[in-house]
Design a protein around this ligand. Structure first.
Ligand code: SF4
Length: 429
């Protein structure tokens, strides 16, 4: 591997690289980190997520995942009733019994996550100690880890960050003289992963591994020769822990849209010293196909305005795609957290817009009503009232459940934005 070649990135005129970011700290309207279980349980196929929580948590998980109930779901809620407040020792014993019953009944489980939540009786339980105790009992058959999905500590995509961060210490160590290896961090749909694997292979870049893996036994090794490419912009803690294990995180835009995907792939290609003609031979055709498909499915978006409420942390890459590849006008781009280093290249590409970090939902609703954007991307809780006021909305959670990364999905992403506009146009006829 050569030293990273200097790459010229196309900046947006008046891009947001150094733009001021408005900070808001008020009432928030976001899902909690438990929501991540809905896509994570499909990703790691022999893992199980046991939420330690209340009936509210059980309802949230069931309704968020309701569209895809399996005969044997890979998540459940251990409900702590109020009686458990009387004695933590009882609660710990009850938890151990619930886990042992589960493992007995489901021998295919190899990795068990105890997922913490908000209720005060759960906060008092030390889940990391419980995970250590249970791991000792159940290893090597089952590894038990814990993380928090509590709404007090996490917004909904931070659940994935917390889950992957819990897994990082379990990754085997790659020797200091191991061959350079690429680690793609962040849950991606399997067809998307397969497409990226084919593109890297076509460039002659490897070995490549994906984190989280599809099976618990396939945890990738990490060490000083590991280069990490983040597939999702919400993995601040995971990236920090991977760096602490010696890995280097490559900065790149995120693989949304033809442009984002191409620049994301190029960041890895540059780190490996892949010659430009070889990179072009692998990516030019799929990139061109993606651009043509976006032009078709996103044609109705040109000139339309879009407003992002802070929800998924995908907002800045999505806004960059909407503006630069679909010709949309950005009115406001809100994000729950802004990791300046991981998003540096996204910000440089983003056309000028009001950038907001955090949320004060009433003020933001006022601004949204005032600007009356053609499309508002927001959480489920805000979508219905805004629709009732005649505004077209897109649920940001749908952008997490749908494969949107990569060249082949770029047109689907444009179509996800175009659909609510078409529906509203039909309603208005
Ligand atoms: S973790 Fe907290 S915010 Fe999330 S469902 Fe449970 S009680 Fe509600």
């Amino acid at each position: 591997m050569s030293a990273a070649a200097a790459t010229v990135r196309p900046e947006a005129p008046g891009g947001c690289g150094a733009a001021p970011v408005q900070q808001e700290r008020g009432q928030r309207e976001v899902f909690c980190g438990l929501t991540g279980i809905v896509w994570l349980h499909r990703k790691i196929q022999d893992a199980f997520f046991l939420v330690v929580g209340s009936r509210t948590c059980a309802h949230l998980i069931q309704s968020a995942a309701g569209v895809m109930i399996f005969a044997e779901p890979r998540f459940a809620t251990a409900i702590l009733e109020e009686r458990d407040l009387a004695g933590l020792a009882d609660a710990n014993e009850e938890l151990d019994r619930a886990v042992e019953r589960l493992i007995e009944r489901r021998p295919e489980i190899k990795l068990l996550f105890l997922v913490g939540s908000c209720p005060s009786e759960v906060i008092k339980l030390d889940l990391s100690r419980a995970a250590g105790r249970l791991s000792k009992k159940l290893m090597p058959r089952v590894r038990v880890l814990s993380y928090s999905g509590s709404g007090i500590e996490t917004t909904f995509t931070q659940g994935e960050d917390a889950c992957l961060a819990a897994l990082v210490p379990e990754l085997p160590a790659a020797p200091a003289d191991a061959a350079p290896n690429l680690l793609i961090a962040g849950a991606l749909a399997e067809p998307v992963e397969d497409q990226f694997a084919r593109l890297f292979a076509a460039m002659g870049l490897g070995p490549v591994s994906f984190f989280p893996p599809r099976r618990a036994a396939d945890l990738p090794a990490v060490g000083p020769t590991t280069r990490v490419l983040l597939a999702q912009p919400f993995l601040a803690e995971t990236a920090r822990l991977l760096e602490a294990r010696g890995a280097t995180v490559l900065t790149a835009p995120f693989p949304l849209g033809a442009e984002g995907t191409s620049l994301w792939l190029r960041a890895a290609a540059d780190a490996w010293g892949i010659p430009a003609p070889r990179f072009a031979a692998a990516t030019a055709l799929p990139e061109q196909r993606a651009r043509q498909a976006i032009a078709k499915s996103g044609a109705s978006l040109a000139g339309k305005s879009i407003f992002f409420f802070p929800d998924s942390q995908l907002e800045i890459p999505l806004a960059r795609f909407a503006a630069r590849e679909c010709g949309m006008r950005l009115t406001e781009v809100g994000t729950p957290y802004l990791h300046r280093a991981h998003l540096a290249q996204e910000l440089a590409l983003l056309p000028e817009a009001r950038l907001v970090e955090g949320q004060d939902v009433d003020k933001q609703l006022d601004r949204c009503r005032e600007t009356r954007p053609d499309l508002t991307v927001c959480g489920l809780g805000l979508a219905n009232p805004l629709e009732a006021e005649g505004m077209a909305t897109k649920w940001s959670i749908e952008l997490l459940f749908t494969p949107i990364q990569g060249f082949d999905q770029a047109a689907d992403l444009a179509a996800l934005f175009a659909r609510p506009l078409a529906r509203r146009a039909r309603l208005e006829v």
